[in-house]
Design a protein around this ligand. Structure first.
Ligand code: UDP
Length: 314
């Protein structure tokens, strides 16, 4: 395998994937329309002869005259804060965008990796969530533009696999954090760290008893690389995430302590359909990929705090 196309290349996960695939000796072709991505995330790759970037919208006709060996579809808004503002863009990147990139994979004979999500499980009624669970999703709620489009994209990817024998793989990505998230991203880790570094109140939504399980970006990228490289796992859906579960209130306290901040904690109303618990069962990833996260929350947060400290002082 040599040529990889990564959509959402300047986004949080996309930018780390571009770095990883270059390190692994690939020619990397990145696409992004920059509506939520940040071109500065690609600064490190500017001078790499193996990196090629195009500002383009994957929901329009893609004029790419290259044979790709691998396509990773990671484009699309991913912060719940963006779902209202960018509702149609969120729906389109994970429907039209998936269709167009799947067709491109079919034309060029590429392997296809679709970035799915733990949001497939909605507000889950079983715990932890394994891949056999169908989910508990509100089709018209605030998060539905994301959840339902991701669910449609899974169905579409599997249909291409069944009908055309396309080699598709579907990681279901649980909450991930790390450098290259935006200061105003809106998700919990950037919000809390930036608030703590500015000695502003940390905004806990609801009473903070809801839980999330947080995976450091380097671990996730290793998992995605394995899903992309291992043979004979086409058509598989695999959870990727860190099974260590924390309440949001605990997370706020940990971040205040780690940043040495004088911030207090205030409560804001809980957004509609906010999942109460989320934790991946990663048995399949362990068995099939030989993968599990190795970064402790403590050291992952340290790196992320360092990143945001620099960003804020820029
Ligand atoms: N959250 C919070 N304060 C914030 C941002 C998020 O309490 O400033 C909560 C949010 O309500 C949710 C959890 O943190 O319960 C994770 O939210 P995030 O937006 O990071 O991702 P989600 O897992 O909900 O998609």
């Amino acid at each position: 395998m040599k040529n990889v196309l990564i959509t959402g290349a300047s986004g949080f996960i996309g930018s780390h994937l571009c770095e990883k695939f270059i390190q692994e000796g690939f020619e990397v072709y990145g696409i992004d329309n920059l509506i939520t991505g940040d071109i500065n995330n690609l600064d490190k790759l500017k001078d790499s002869p193996s990196f090629h970037f195009k500002e383009d919208d994957i929901t329009m006709d893609l004029d790419l005259k290259l044979n790709f060996d691998l396509i990773l579809h990671f484009a699309g808004p991913a912060s719940p804060d963006d779902f209202l503002r960018l509702s149609l863009e969120t729906l389109k990147s994970n429907s039209l965008g998936t269709l167009k990139t799947l067709e491109l994979a079919q034309c060029t004979g590429a392997r296809y990796v679709f970035a799915s999500t733990s949001e497939i499980y909605g507000d889950p009624l079983i715990h932890p969530q394994d891949e056999s669970y169908w989910g508990n999703v509100n089709p018209i709620g605030r998060r539905s533009v994301y959840n339902e489009a991701k669910r449609f994209s899974e169905a579409l990817s599997i249909a291409f696999h069944q009908k055309y024998n396309l080699d598709v793989r579907i990681p279901r990505i649980f909450n991930t954090y790390g450098p290259n998230m935006k200061v105003d991203d809106g998700r919990v880790i950037p919000n809390f760290i930036v608030q703590a570094l500015k000695d502003e109140s940390l905004t806990v939504y609801g009473n903070g008893s809801q839980t999330r399980s947080l995976c450091y970006i380097n671990d996730l990228v290793e998992g995605i690389f394995k899903i992309s490289s291992i043979d004979n796992i086409d058509g598989q859906v695999i959870n990727l995430g860190n099974p260590e579960e924390h309440s949001i209130m605990d997370l706020a306290r940990i971040i205040i302590k780690k940043t040495g901040s004088n911030s207090d904690i205030i409560h804001k109303s809980l957004p509609q359909d906010d999942p109460r618990r989320r934790c991946p069962d990663i048995t399949r990833a362990r068995n099939v990929l030989g993968w599990q996260p190795i970064t402790m929350l403590d050291s992952g947060l340290e790196e992320t705090i360092k990143f945001f400290r620099n960003k804020i002082n820029e």
